[in-house]
Design a protein around this ligand. Structure first.
Ligand code: AMP
Length: 306
């Protein structure tokens, strides 16, 4: 099944305790599409960049099977730019700069060839634009997964609530779940968020794994204890790409299958954080992916009787 990915395609500048980058390629949709490309070759991208975005990076996405027909290039404008600095624990970060640039007036055009969309991944972007994409699809996709972040919860709360009503799965981190719900307990937060529209909630907790909530059911998957984490940027998006990619590949949106999708999402996130930016997502073999997922399964295994 094909996956339609909407979100930012951007320049990022990142500071971690291990180093600092100049402007490198990032953006939510970039991470999502690259991660999802390991599960299905039919990935359609909707986003916008400025004339400053390197054409060879677009070609690279195409080589990974990502259809960029819906990627608009505004030659006389600048690409979205985000800068962030991580603390020593790598779980917390400060946003230093958010320059919307081309995203400020982005009108997402859905090419006719994208209309058969079954799996829609609304990556981090203005909630109004996320909603516009849903409205511009002639048929509702089978599954709509949405991500957002503190920036939009703080600056576009009402719009976010309207978009939330239309989605099936919301995938956010623990800090965002608390901010969105006003509840510190993640169980209470999940209850509130599930009353806002989504039927399923994924709460990502960085190095502490991820929780999956649906009605009264909860599933927990650990994160892989990694010896070295270089850059957590894009981990949430890589998770989302692996999650929806796996669901699209298996064409099964049951809660049981979503548990498996959480493992594949976590595996993609674990690759992502091992190098700066998108680098670690460029060349993962089937063997490496399967081996990583097996390590997750081993982590969750209990032997003997309880
Ligand atoms: P993550 O680490 O998964 O939360 O995602 C990081 C990516 O999100 C970076 O590559 C940024 O370019 C992108 N990003 C940061 N802020 C925003 C925003 N306000 N809207 C859209 N994308 C953003």
């Amino acid at each position: 099944m094909s996956v339609l990915v909407v979100g930012s395609v951007a320049f990022d500048a990142i500071e971690t305790p291990f180093g600092k980058t100049d402007k490198i390629i990032g953006g939510a949709a970039t991470f999502i599409a690259l991660a999802a490309s390991y599960f299905t070759k039919k990935i359609n991208l909707i986003s916008v960049v400025g004339g400053d975005f390197p054409k060879d990076k677009i070609a690279l996405m195409q080589r990974k099977g990502i259809n960029t027909e819906g990627l608009q290039i505004k030659e006389n404008e600048k690409s979205f730019f985000w800068a962030g600095r991580y603390y020593n624990d790598l779980n917390t970060r400060d946003t230093l700069i958010t320059e919307l640039n081309v995203l400020a007036n982005f009108d997402p055009i859905v090419p006719p060839s994208y209309q058969d969309c079954q799996f829609l991944m609304l990556g981090n972007l203005t909630p109004t634009i996320q909603r516009t994409v849903i409205e511009r699809l002639h048929r509702r996709p089978r599954l709509i997964v949405m991500d957002t972040m503190n920036f939009w919860i703080q600056t576009a709360y009402e719009e976010l609530l309207k978009t939330l009503k239309l989605v099936d799965v919301l995938s956010i981190n623990d800090e965002e779940a608390r901010m969105l719900s006003g509840e510190y307990s993640l169980v209470k937060a999940a209850k509130k968020i599930l009353s806002l529209g989504p039927k399923v909630l994924v709460v990502k907790k960085g190095e502490h794994g991820a929780l999956l909530f649906k009605e009264h059911r909860v599933f927990f998957a650990p994160a892989l204890p990694l010896e070295e984490v270089f850059d957590p940027t894009g981990a949430g998006d890589s998770f989302a790409g692996g999650f929806i990619g796996y669901l699209a590949k298996t064409n099964d949106v049951s809660f049981e299958n979503m548990k498996r999708a959480v493992l594949f999402g976590s595996a993609m996130a674990s690759f992502c954080v091992q190098k700066f930016g998108t680098e670690a997502l460029l060349d993962i073999s089937d063997y490496q992916l399967n081996e990583r997922v097996r390590q997750f399964v081993d982590l969750m295994q209990l032997e003997g009787e309880i």
